[in-house]
Design a protein around this ligand. Sequence first.
Ligand SMILES: *Cc1c(COP(=O)(O)O)cnc(C)c1O
Length: 456
Amino acid sequence: MKTIIEPFRIKAVEPIRMTTHAERTAILERAAYNLFAIPSRDVLIDLLTDSGAAAMSAEQWAALQRGDESYAGSPSFERFEAAVKALMPFRHVIPTHQGRAAEAILFSLIGGPGKLVPSNTHFDTTRGNIEATGAEALDLLPDAARDPRARLPFKGDMDLARLEDTLKRDGHRVPCVMMTITNNAGGGQPASLANIHAAAAIARKYAKPFIIDGCRFAENAWFIKTREPGQHDRAIPDIVRDIFSCAEGMTMSAKKDAFGNIGGWLALNDDALAEAARARLILTEGFPTYGGLAGRDLEALAQGLSEIVDEDYLRYRIRANEYIGERLIAAGVPIVEPVGGHAVFLDAKAMLPHIPPLRYPGQSLAVALYEEGGVRGCEIGTVMFGRKPDGSEQPAALELVRLAMPRRVYTQSHADYLIETIIAVHERREGLRGMRITQEPKALRHFTARFAFVSD
Ligand SMILES: *Cc1c(COP(=O)(O)O)cnc(C)c1O
């Protein structure tokens, strides 16, 4: 059959409260046009993030009941540890309450003033945790991957030549080499297995540990299987083990590819580093057999890890976003291509050339999508990145609206509704107005800034 169906039946449902266009206009006004300020009950399709928003399976809900809440030595930890090690063969697995806690522990140990941590692209919490120790975070994405319209199969690859240059020139400052899979920039662009192995080999040549931020490892493995020569016949768990076998450690947000609503871990091979990490863990998260999580959470993650590598799931997952992308491209809507693993990005700069960057075309588009169809996405552009520490403002490189897909939550008719909403806004794009910020905090302004439309 050609039709790819959602490979699950729905057992528990959560009603969506329908709203009218007029209600949404009033809701937007009350929220001062900041979508973070809108209560989720007023959102029809919530694509603000894919993080922690997955629907758990019947087996995961059943596993919660098995959760053993013993402070030390819980069998739930043993099941969690075994599930992680079955895919990622590291010697030490240290649970944390989310990915950023794993990052904070790791960089409190190996970061520090003067240090330099290269990556294909650091996720913002990773960058934040590196910089908080006084170290520098360096992104080494190949130039070709920065073009939103370049249809390359592995736009999350590391720029290997620049990695080698960095290690040659500044190697004494580098405590580890990192790689984020999939790369969050552009909505989950994958790195090839060949590139991951080559980056690891360069790190090894300079005696640097290679650490993978593995948040979307299963989606990345699916792209390797379907796009990389010689990988088509391999099973997903086999590819996953191949990816992690070349690393000395990993950080993980289990709110992504472990079907968790909360959770994360730090995994390491180095015994001394792991011992130091567990000492930090006890200070900040909890005892090493639960790390900031309840025993039942560990059970849900163990079960989730066995489900996330299922090929029927991954085929549906990746196809769902491709389908949305194909329909938008056919309608002339500019998007980041190819579509990544966990999100579709609309290119607001290309869609709204009449709105200059400092009038926030991405924000205007995100607001219009909410007003048109109750869809909540997220501006990733000058609102998010434009304010500099000295208070000045500069246009971001790209003006995007990210539509991130929660796992197993929405169906094809939700996708069709989303497509219809986007096309309706696209057809009246010339009438969309720019915006200005009427009030903003000093940092991370996108979460709480207040906006108004400009009349010019
Ligand atoms: C979400 C995410 C993190 C941080 O994880 P949290 O669980 O949100 O703390 C780190 N890296 C990447 C690539 C992510 O997507």
